[in-house]
Write a new protein. Structure first.
Lengths: 113, 110
């Protein structure tokens, strides 16, 4: 069983489309995160939820909207996709907000054409 | 959170210990040192973390200096599969986000 699973693994779409990436963790963790890794390979946090409550919201365009229906799921919806949104998006989870290691998913490679 | 400084790249011979240094001279008392790695095209992988004491797990050892201003991650017997980018991150104990820097590219060579 994959601990943190993301779907889809690859996503190719046209500019202007709306798309969603799903993330599920079966670790029983309370906290989940979305990270973006761009072409320069820097990993940047986008959002964090703790028990379905948004706790970190970095300077991310409003076109990005996270949703956490329950603490095991954190989805990322992106409206009006732009070329610059092309990146690998990683979901992660941790037991809570304390000094814990994060478990990352394998990533979703989004290509906007 | 305190910033960290790591060498951009290192080489290590297969089977030898890989010692990856990290400077965090502005670390404060409640900040932990975390190590992650990212193997090509995969998600980052948690390795180990510590506050003051040295730590060891099945993957690696973490040696933190007494003044806590630097640390070393030790992979005792590096294999080709340990080739990855290694990130040293300082983060306070509660609530703060994990911020990744550029890391160290470790190349294990046969």
């Amino acid at each position: 069983d994959t601990a943190v699973s993301q779907t889809p693994k690859y996503l190719v779409t046209q500019m202007g489309n709306d798309k969603s990436i799903k993330c599920e963790q079966n670790l029983g963790h309370d906290t989940m995160y979305w990270y973006k890794q761009d072409s320069k390979k820097f990993l940047k946090i986008m959002f964090s939820y703790n028990n379905k409550e948004l706790i970190i919201n970095e300077t991310v365009p409003n076109r990005f909207s996270p949703k956490s229906p329950d603490k095991a799921h954190l989805n990322l919806h992106i409206n009006s996709l732009e070329l610059g949104d092309s990146a690998v998006y990683f979901c992660a989870s941790s037991p809570g907000q304390g000094p814990y290691g994060y478990t990352f998913g394998s990533g979703t490679r989004l290509t906007v054409v | 959170d305190a910033k960290t400084t790591q060498p951009p790249s290192m080489d290590c011979a297969e089977g030898r210990a890989a010692n990856l240094p990290c400077n965090h001279s502005t670390i404060s008392g409640n900040e932990y040192v975390y190590w992650y790695r990212q193997i090509h095209s995969q998600g980052p992988q948690y390795i180990i973390h510590g506050l003051k004491n040295n730590e060891t797990n099945e993957m690696a050892s973490l040696i933190i200096t007494e003044d806590r201003k630097s640390s070393t991650l030790i992979l005792p017997h590096a294999t080709l599969r340990d080739t990855a980018v290694y990130y040293c991150i300082v983060r306070s104990s509660y609530g703060n986000k994990l911020v990744f820097g550029a890391g160290t590219i470790l190349r294990v060579k046969s």
